[in-house]
Design a protein around this ligand. Sequence first.
Ligand code: PGA
Length: 242
Amino acid sequence: MKVIVLQDEAAIGQAVGGLFCEAVRQKPDAVLGLATGASPIPAYQHMISQYKAGEVSFRGVTTFNLDEYCGLPEEHPNSYRSFMRAELFGQIDILPENTHFLDGNTADERAESERFRALIEQCGGIDLQLLGIGRNGHIGFNEPAEAFTQEAFKAALTPSTIAANSVYFTDIPMPEYAMTMGVGSILRAKKIVLVATGSAKADAVKAMLEGEITPRCPASALQGHADVTVCLDTAAAALLQK
Ligand code: PGA
């Protein structure tokens, strides 16, 4: 895996957002895998500023998001659909019908998983996937487990994830389940860029890059992918061997 350490979030946003803009300039109908949470926001801000400057258009782009909470109406401000509309889609020229999400409120998780898998395949696969990493080493909502997950499924969130994300839920309790792409589906992306910032991620980053490949650290599966770039700030990189 290629590791890039940058000074701060702004530099990471420019570098990672720049990779996404370049991918779209090279292939205007690119298929992008997108993530939510705090880590991707600087990259999204860079993409928005490049769009506003006329440097890139997302009109031909298709996106697939990694995950969505269960039991939350789509319109709720904390749904990942709402997040993406607020942080990126509402500020660029992407066509809403080309932005795809897992349905967290599906009554048939297996059918929903298969729908998503088939749709990604039909679009030619994901060209460039953006990831964050959880403090416990999760990617998407693939929490530490006994075995690596494959296709999308309904995940029970761990106390660590609930503690990290419940700060965003002020009106209702945070959902305890989410539909998420599996590790197997994530690894099918042609290229992957993972962003981690802050000292709370340092242990997980070390385990991902320098630990054994184990489902106890789902992000360690990325060691088996041929084209992964990891963008870190100095705090997230602090425990790595020099
Ligand atoms: P964060 O979440 O970017 O909000 O830290 C990342 C993740 O949990 O994957």
